[in-house]
Ligand binder design. Structure first.
Ligand code: PLP
Length: 444
């Protein structure tokens, strides 16, 4: 399978280049060249397939023979080793729980698949690959868990001191082995600036093989399409279209849903749910796209002011250059399939309480934004079934959720165990040189 740049369909890369580079040279985003429906036989078999088997079939269809079947199967079965159950709220509303992986958020799917795919293409290379990531919290945890003990790959995570939650910090700093944490006395932007500088440093790159694992990597989107098929299977109504409601920040999850639909999944509608960072809902209602700095909210993993996957969404609707987002045809095509809604923190808190009162279900603030959006959409589309993607376990946001509900909530054991683990992090200032020296000393 070839991948092209959203900025230029002629600029292509094969799978290894797309995943190790992350970004095309022209700063677009990689997209799969062919997105064809899965064969009818797949949908016939779907009700009897395991989640991992669905992942294997979908990725084989998409990647064709980039990875030999046996290896692809082993890799997918290893990555998709936890469930994504659909929980029924009532006849119209369902929740797809994407938090059963090691870091308790859906980003585990992307990180686990990417690490194994990179591991596969890295085989036979006697020089270690060093993955550099800057994180504001959530991505780092998923990447750390996802790459833990991947042979031939070292991971260095830069995070801002005092600006991630205690739990998030534990997820980054307690694994050890091939996972290294650098605690930067600055902001997330400082962390990102250091990472950028490292990638531009030719001298460093001649000594160390560097790669990134950020959210725009196409290999993170591919496994996120699997669970749309899995949800459809669990709903168990062959041929009956489903609406998906996606709490969104960078819109990777929603884009993965669009890929699933292009691969033949009968989706009736996508509902883009955001917090006050509402550039995409605003675009859908006005046709004008105006990215801007993000504002902080309760659903902080969605605090994104310039969603990186928006260029992919436009691209799927026939628009080639993501910079000109105002083509009326693109906008009209998107509106037919996607509706957008945005909510403030007060409504989100109210929704967390309402979901518990009405359904006895504890939903996290991100999922709560999705619940509100699905309700609003269903007011106009009453005879529909909608699935809310529950992107994280509520205990990831324990202080907020307990404050909102006024009682303690359950914490999964894999999270509880973290509390007692020892933090190991190398202290860094915001300067680049000390990080470079440390990288050379450690991996050079
Ligand atoms: C990352 C994240 C999101 C946003 O997902 P996108 O793919 O960036 O839209 C939503 N909820 C949680 C809990 C997340 O960690």
């Amino acid at each position: 399978m070839q991948f092209y740049s959203t900025n230029n369909p002629e600029l292509k890369a094969d799978l290894p280049e797309a995943i190790f580079r992350g970004l095309p040279a022209d700063n677009g985003l990689f997209m799969p060249e062919r997105l064809e429906p899965l064969p009818a036989a797949f949908f016939k078999e779907l009700p009897y397939m395991s989640f991992a088997e669905i992942g294997f079939q979908v990725s084989r269809h998409l990647l064709q023979d980039d990875v030999p079947d046996e290896e692809l199967k082993a890799l997918v079965y290893d990555a998709i080793n936890f469930p994504a159950p659909v929980v029924k709220l009532d006849d119209k509303r369902y929740v797809l729980e994407l938090f059963h992986g090691p870091s308790l958020a859906f980003k585990d799917f992307g990180a686990r698949f990417m690490s194994r795919l990179m591991g596969h293409f890295n085989k036979g290379n006697d020089k270690e690959l060093v993955i550099l990531v800057a994180t504001s919290g959530d991505t780092g945890g998923a990447v750390a868990a996802g790459f833990y003990k991947t042979p031939g790959i070292q991971v260095v995570i830069l995070y801002p001191k005092g600006k991630v939650s205690l739990l998030q910090e534990k997820q980054l700093t307690t694994l050890g082995h091939n996972i290294h944490a650098l605690e930067v006395d600055g902001t997330f932007d400082d962390c990102q600036a250091i990472v950028k500088q490292a990638f531009l440093d030719e001298q460093l790159r001649s000594e160390i093989r560097l790669s990134s694992a950020n959210s725009i990597n196409i290999s993170r989107l591919i496994p996120q399409s699997f669970y749309y098929f899995e949800a459809y299977k669990q709903l168990g109504a062959a041929g009956d279209p489903v609406a998906f409601c996606i709490p969104s920040g960078n819109f990777g999850n929603l884009t993965a849903g669009l890929l699933a639909q292009r691969m033949g999944l009968p989706v009736s509608h996508f509902i883009a749910a955001t917090n006050r960072n509402d550039v995409v809902p605003e675009f859908l209602s006005s046709g004008v796209y105006s990215p801007r700095p993000s504002v902080a909210t309760l659903s902080n993993a969605m605090d994104v002011g310039a969603p990186s996957n928006f260029a992919r969404m436009l691209n799927l609707y026939g628009h080639v250059n993501g910079k000109d987002a105002s083509s009326p045809a693109t906008h009209a095509a998107m509106l037919e399939l996607i509706s957008g809604y945005a909510y403030d923190d007060a409504s989100t808190e109210q929704a967390v309480r309402e979901v518990e009162e009405r359904f006895g279900y504890v939903i996290d603030p991100h999922g709560a934004v999705g619940y509100l959006a699905l309700n609003e959409w269903q007011k106009e589309n009453p005879n529909t079934r909608g699935v809310i993607l529950e992107t994280a376990h509520p205990s990831k946001f324990k202080p907020d959720v307990e404050r909102i509900l006024g009682h303690p909530i359950e914490v999964p054991t894999r999270l509880k165990e973290l509390e007692h683990k020892q933090k190991v992090a190398k202290q860094m200032s915001t300067a680049y040189e000390p990080v470079k020296d440390w990288l050379r000393k450690t991996f050079g």
